[in-house]
Ligand binder design. Structure first.
Ligand code: CP
Ligand code: NVA
Length: 302
């Protein structure tokens, strides 16, 4: 069982199955269940970047599980004035029972977990977004009834936190992942080596043939704003639009972690089409993160 959730690699197939079972139950029984595994627990939520879904779904989820959340703006913490991440971890471990953190460098999240004595959940770094991708696997499972044999195509920034986390997720199921991007945004060799059944295909129309799911994300991730012009110019041919959907199949479903930049990586037409399941993904963040929290804290208290 996992002690932290720093990347998708902290989860094995057994954990994924437990998360799916519990998330499904919590979703079905929301509002009816009396399940409070976080009673008496205080969870710190350190955010250095903007958030709508992650912040709200964690705060609501912690509350529904009987816990209490504290929102901490990283920019107002002493770590921004020179206190080390390690000392911050030691101090916070004396007050809190767990930390959810959204920041820039993955290395800082790893350091927080290494020097603290409480569970740490990565709520997005430049490199990874495990909560999102575990939720997306759950959403695919809901729609397809399995992950095995599913073909998923990620179109856009193949070096993003989403693409990296999707590659890691191929170790958890027999799904086929195709990343379609320009050469400049191709996943690194090291990243590709960490996945199973992953390939890169520069031709997006070819990539989406027989796809069960097409996934996209913003072209300019948080922290990369100064590269905006160059990214938009290079990634425009990878837009998820009607032509791309026509090259796939009428049954292909479209996924996006959101926020969407309509008119850039995805058109209004596709976002608003019945093939898009993006708001189900957003809803499932709540159920899957509640399951992750409950499983982490069930072992803490056992
Ligand atoms: N998908 C996601 O993490 O959204 P937020 O940036 O709104 O949290
Ligand atoms: N890749 C995006 C995801 C936002 C949820 C970013 O990091 O900004």
């Amino acid at each position: 069982m996992f002690k932290h959730l720093l990347t998708v690699s902290d989860i094995d197939r057994g954990d994924l199955n437990r998360i799916f079972q519990l998330a499904g139950k919590l979703k079905r029984e929301r509002g009816k269940e009396d399940f409070r595994p976080l009673a008496g627990k205080n969870i710190g939520m350190i955010f250095a970047k903007s958030s709508t879904r992650t912040r709200v779904s964690f705060e609501v989820g912690i509350n529904e599980l009987g816990g209490h959340s504290l929102y901490l703006d990283q920019n107002k913490m002493q770590v921004e004035r020179g206190e080390t991440v390690a000392d911050t971890a030691r101090v916070l471990s004396r007050y809190l029972h767990g930390i959810v953190i959204r920041t820039y460098e993955q290395a800082n999240v790893e350091e927080l977990a290494a020097h603290g004595s409480i569970p740490v959940i990565n709520a997005l770094t430049n490199e990874f977004h495990p909560c999102q991708i575990l939720t997306d696997l759950f959403t695919i499972y809901e729609y397809s009834g399995t992950l095995d044999g599913v073909k998923l195509v990620f179109a856009g920034d193949g070096q993003s936190n989403m693409a990296n986390s999707l590659i890691m997720a191929t170790r958890l199921a027999d799904l086929e992942l195709v990343i379609t991007s320009p050469e400049t945004f191709k996943p690194s060799k090291e990243m590709l080596a960490g996945g199973d059944k992953v390939r890169w295909e520069p031709n997006s129309l070819k990539a989406v043939e027989d796809a069960d799911y097409i996934y996209t994300d913003v072209w300019v991730s948080m922290g990369f704003e100064e590269q905006a012009a160059e990214r938009l110019a290079q990634l425009t041919p990878y837009q998820v639009n009607t032509a791309l959907l026509e090259a796939a199949s009428p049954k292909t479903r479209v996924m996006h972690c959101l926020p969407a930049h309509r008119g850039e990586e995805i058109t209004n037409e596709v976002m608003d089409s019945p093939q898009a399941i993006v708001f189900d993904q957003a809803e499932n963040r709540l159920h899957v993160q509640k399951a992750i929290l409950a499983l982490l804290f069930a072992q803490e208290s056992s």
